[in-house]
Design a protein around this ligand. Structure first.
Ligand code: PLP
Length: 381
């Protein structure tokens, strides 16, 4: 007998891993206070940018002596600014366990031509930090968005280290605890856990990272949008809202709205709790079904935001085509948008469980995954 389509549907079928679902109840009317058509350097614009920085610090618990800047080109811009500005002063270790981390390896090895120690893990696994020399500069991604594998905690990063830790935390920030004393550079984009917009990156620097910027000049040319120092001194303005170039004040307003929502649900603790409860819905479902499993091999490293799943049923003939067909069916039914695995990742599904997603929507989605799976098994036959 054919498996019946479930009755209940997610109210919001947006489970994309970026841009991610907007905050619950979002409407464009919420952005009415954006100072549009004004200079971002007018008092009102500067005040909005400063508020964004200060509220980011408050919610994430960023130490007072760390700098926070809003920079161009989304998370990629923030990461590349850091790589180009900081690396080259001492040996470098690049850690990668999925597509974006691998992209940073390419940047450093092929573009900056640094002879880095490259440590890679296959999709589903993670690099063992006890094998990493933290007296080198270490670049890594906290949460691998395309593999659903994350750093469990900062325990294996020594507090006393000579190198800098440069961490792409774009799909972790606001949903996972980040140990600030273990991190010298943290980057993220608004488009992930807070459901904001792409285009702007956030770059957070420890005092040691600032010291590096002020004492070391890379041998390669530095475009204006990467430059954080002038005459050997940090350009302080960047870290109080005087952005390098023009930001979108609409996106800034949208970020402020999301930050305010975050405060209403208990700040960081509330945000983390929502992501964890969301991921648990998917984990429980997967644990009960023999034909699907988490791509993360070790539950300690399983992501609570970008939950990646693979099918493992012997009846599946072509794994990639099957997974694509399931994702397409879910989309066609209007119950889950954009849940196919990332193009470079193993075939499967990727379901965003970040803090803006409602648990009830994930609960409603799970039976649909079973329905789509059974329908595609039948379609194969
Ligand atoms: C881990 C990671 N790094 C970098 C990026 C690129 O982010 P952006 O497009 O905001 O620059 C992404 C986007 O999904 C990501 O998941």
């Amino acid at each position: 007998m054919a498996y019946e389509a479930p009755v209940a549907r997610p109210v919001n079928p947006r489970f994309s891993s970026g841009p991610c679902a907007k905050i619950p109840g979002f409407s464009l009317d919420m952005l009415a206070d954006a100072p549009l058509g004004r200079s971002h350097r007018a008092a009102v614009g500067k005040a909005k940018l400063k508020e964004a920085i200060e509220t980011t610090r408050e919610i994430l618990g960023v130490p007072a002596d760390y700098r926070i800047g809003i920079v161009p080109a989304s998370d990629t811009g923030a990461v590349e600014m850091a790589l180009w500005s900081l690396l080259g002063a001492r040996p470098v270790t690049m850690c990668a366990w999925e597509s974006f981390g691998s992209g940073w390896v390419t940047d450093v090895v092929k573009q900056l031509k640094i002879d880095a120690d490259v440590k890679k893990a296959e999709y589903g696994d993670i690099v063992d930090f006890t094998d990493v020399d933290f007296n080198t500069d270490v670049v890594f991604t906290w949460n691998g968005t395309t593999s659903g594998v994350r750093v469990a905690n900062g325990n294996d990063i020594p507090a006393e280290r000579q190198g800098l830790t440069i961490c792409d935390a774009t799909s972790a920030a606001f949903a996972m605890d980040l140990p600030w004393d273990k991190l010298d550079v943290v980057t993220f984009s608004w488009q992930k856990v807070l459901g904001g917009e792409g285009g702007h990156g956030v770059l957070i620097l420890s005092p040691r990272a600032v010291e590096r910027l002020e004492t070391y000049t890379p041998k390669w040319p530095m475009p204006k949008i990467f430059r954080m120092t002038k005459g050997g001194k940090l350009i302080d303005g960047i870290f109080v809202g005087e952005t390098i170039n023009t930001p979108s004040m609409l996106c800034v307003e949208d970020y402020l709205v999301a930050l305010k929502w975050a405060k209403t649900i208990g700040g960081l603790k509330g945000l983390i709790g929502r992501a964890e409860a969301n991921a648990q819905v998917v984990w429980d479902f997967v644990a009960a079904k023999p034909w699907i499993e988490n791509l993360a091999n070790n539950p300690a490293n399983a992501s609570t935001t970008s939950v990646c799943l693979k099918f493992n049923d012997a009846r599946i003939k072509d794994g990639a085509a099957f997974a694509k067909a399931v994702a397409k069916r879910l989309e066609k039914e209007g119950v889950a948008l954009d849940v196919g695995a990332y193009r470079d990742a193993p075939a499967g599904l990727r379901i965003w469980c970040g803090s803006t997603v409602e648990k009830a929507d994930l609960e409603a989605l799970m039976p649909w995954i079973e329905y789509a799976f059974e329908a595609e098994i039948a379609a194969q036959a």
